[in-house]
Write a new protein. Structure first.
Length: 202
C-alpha cells in the first residue's frame, strides 16, 4: 500500500498566519495572563496586554483574547456592542461547566473559545479558526459590497436611459449608445455619466 504523502502546504500556511499575528490580550496581570502571553510569543504571535476592558478597541489587532467572566458582563457587552463587522474577532477564555459564562460567550459574539487551563494547542487552534472565520466574513462582505455597487451602477444607467427615452423619444438601444458616447467623450464612467444625465433631466 502506498503511503499518503504529507501535505505541508496547509501547515506552512497556518504557521505563516500565526507568525506576526497581533493579539490583544484583555486580561488582568496574573499567572494566567503571563502563561497566555508566553504561549502567544512561543507560537510567533505579537501580543499586547491591556486591562481594564476598554469600551472600544483603539489598538490595532488581528485577534482579541479575553476572559469571559460574569463580573465583567457589562464591560464585555459594551465592548462587543462597539465592534463592527470587520473588527478583529474575539476569542473568549471560559470554563465550560459554567452555563452563565457560555451565555455571555454567545451574547458577546466570540468567534472561538479557549478552555481553562490554557494549553498551547487549544490556543493555536482557536486563533487559526477565528482568523479563518474573519477572513471568510471579510471576503463575503467585500463581495456583497461589490455586488451592491454593480447594482447601483446598473440602476443609474437604467434610470438615465428611461429619462432619455421619455424626453427625446429614442429607443433603449439609442439611449444606451448615447450614454456610452458621452462617457467616452468626457472620459467618465458609465455610472458617473448616467448620474449627470439624471441630474440634468430630473
Amino acid at each position: 500500500m502506498t503511503a499518503t504523502p504529507n501535505r505541508p502546504g496547509r501547515s506552512t500556511t497556518a504557521l505563516r498566519e500565526l507568525n506576526g499575528l497581533r493579539v490583544l490580550v484583555l486580561h488582568p496581570l496574573d499567572a494566567e495572563s503571563r502563561l497566555l502571553m508566553s504561549h502567544l510569543k512561543r507560537i510567533g504571535c505579537v501580543p499586547t496586554q491591556l486591562w481594564p476592558l476598554p469600551d472600544r478597541l483603539d489598538i490595532e489587532a488581528d485577534v482579541v483574547v479575553l476572559p469571559i467572566e460574569e463580573d465583567q458582563r457589562d464591560a464585555i457587552q459594551r465592548l462587543a456592542d462597539s465592534l463592527t463587522e470587520l473588527s478583529p474577532p474575539l476569542v473568549g477564555i471560559v470554563e465550560y461547566e459554567n452555563p452563565a459564562t457560555l451565555q455571555l460567550v454567545l451574547q458577546s459574539g466570540c468567534s472561538g473559545v479557549i478552555e481553562r487551563p490554557i494549553r498551547p494547542f487549544g490556543l493555536l487552534t482557536q486563533l487559526l479558526l477565528a482568523r479563518t472565520a474573519w477572513r471568510q466574513q471579510a471576503a463575503t462582505l467585500a463581495h456583497m459590497r461589490k455586488l451592491e455597487g454593480r447594482y447601483a451602477a446598473v440602476s443609474k444607467i437604467a434610470t438615465a436611459k428611461t429619462l432619455l427615452i421619455a424626453r427625446e423619444g429614442i429607443t433603449e438601444h439609442e439611449a444606451h449608445r448615447r450614454i456610452q458616447s458621452r462617457a467616452m467623450s468626457t472620459r467618465s464612467s458609465l455610472e458617473d455619466t448616467a448620474q449627470s444625465i439624471i441630474n440634468e433631466l430630473s
